[in-house]
Design a protein around this ligand. Structure first.
Ligand code: PHE
Length: 345
């Protein structure tokens, strides 16, 4: 083999490797190059195997040459490997890094439902007048919703409040304390509270109630009431009038709110009344509550001795008050979950 040829072979190999390394774009490719040229079965080792065949006087020179080329190329590949690693990390950071100078996404805060806001205001006012706030269950028994309130089975008032009954798996159960329904008013808490507490007492009971009836702008199958109950030795409708005057004045932020009691009928009060208010002189009367003096039969069912105490009860429509307060014309909006509506409060 010609001497120039062997020198030339080394040069060509060196050039090929340098070119390949400069074109390598990633570490996988770089490793392929290392294996192909400098590996155990690589092209450089092929040349070393040819060494014994070249003239004796050139062996030393070419041997050294091959060694130094191997060193150079190994250094070159190592350097390139470091470069590629740096580049990889840099690109990864660029892709996945967090730009701390970017403005954050604004988090929009929610707020209370208008009915909740009104309910809390009402609670505040009554609490300041010495009333406690208590809550009852929305699933109620026939007994507390009707019987304990002097509404017997055949009483026409049962039809006044169309009821959602809860199917009992043991449908033969006729015990009114086990026969369940969705409460049609908050009045059952009158009976429940008096069973457990002695007079004098002053409570309000805010809560959701249900009636099985057609919906329209002023009727929903679910709505809210605030029950009131004040019992003592000589509580009368005059007390109710004074409390209502104070309450409505503060609720509507007015110097004075006119109040009118009209006769009304509810089996659990005697006499029963309907309460109207007038917010401005000249404006029309608005019906806002049912009320009356607690019926002796209700006291008796709760275990009180009749004649020993008297008191008034009332039921205010929370949705109705909220509609008047905010000027809302359709009760169904409260339950629509419509963001355009809710955002206004
Ligand atoms: N519970 C009655 C209703 O739902 C309202 C009411 C409460 C009337 C208390 C009188 C006394 O209409």
């Amino acid at each position: 083999m010609a001497v120039e040829n062997f020198d030339e072979k080394i040069n060509i190999l060196e050039k090929k490797v340098k070119e390949a390394v400069s074109r390598a774009l990633d570490l996988v490719r770089l490793d392929e190059i290392r294996v192909k040229y400098l590996g155990r079965k690589g092209e450089l080792n092929d040349l070393i195997k040819e060494l014994p065949g070249i003239p004796e006087e050139l062996k030393a020179h070419n041997g050294r040459r091959l060694n130094s080329v191997r060193n150079d190329l190994e250094n070159l590949i190592n350097k390139k490997s470091v470069e590629l690693k740096d580049k990889f990390v840099e690109e990864k950071l660029k892709k996945e890094g967090i730009d701390v100078t970017m403005p954050g996404r604004s988090v929009s805060l929610g707020h209370l439902h208008p009915l909740t806001k009104v309910e809390r205001r009402i609670e505040d006012i009554f609490q300041s007048m010495g009333f406690s706030v208590v809550f009852g269950s929305e699933i109620e028994s026939e007994y507390y919703n009707f019987d304990a309130l002097n509404i017997s089975k055949d009483h026409p008032a049962r039809e006044m409040q169309d009821t959602f009954w809860i199917k009992n798996p043991k449908s033969e159960i006729q015990n009114p304390k086990q026969h369940l329904l969705l409460r049609t008013h908050t009045s059952p808490m009158q009976a429940r509270y008096m069973e457990k507490n002695n007079p004098p007492l002053r409570i309000i009971v805010p809560g959701r109630v249900y009636r099985h009836e057609a919906t329209d702008a002023s009727h929903e199958i679910q709505f809210h009431q605030i029950e009131g109950l004040m019992v003592g030795e000589d509580i009368s409708l005059a007390n109710l009038k004074a409390i209502f005057e104070e309450f409505f004045k503060r609720f509507f932020n007015k110097k004075k709110v006119e109040i009118r009691f009209r006769p009304g009928y509810f089996p659990f009060v005697e006499p029963g009344i309907e309460v109207d208010i007038k917010l401005e002189t000249g404006s029309k009367w608005l019906e806002v509550a049912g009320a009356g003096m607690v019926h002796p039969k209700v006291f008796k069912a709760a275990g009180y001795i009749p004649g020993k105490q008297q008191g008034f009860a009332f039921g205010v429509g929370l949705d109705r008050l909220s509609m008047i307060y905010y000027g809302i014309s359709d009760i169904r909006l409260f339950y629509s979950s419509d963001f355009r509506f809710l955002k206004q409060f």
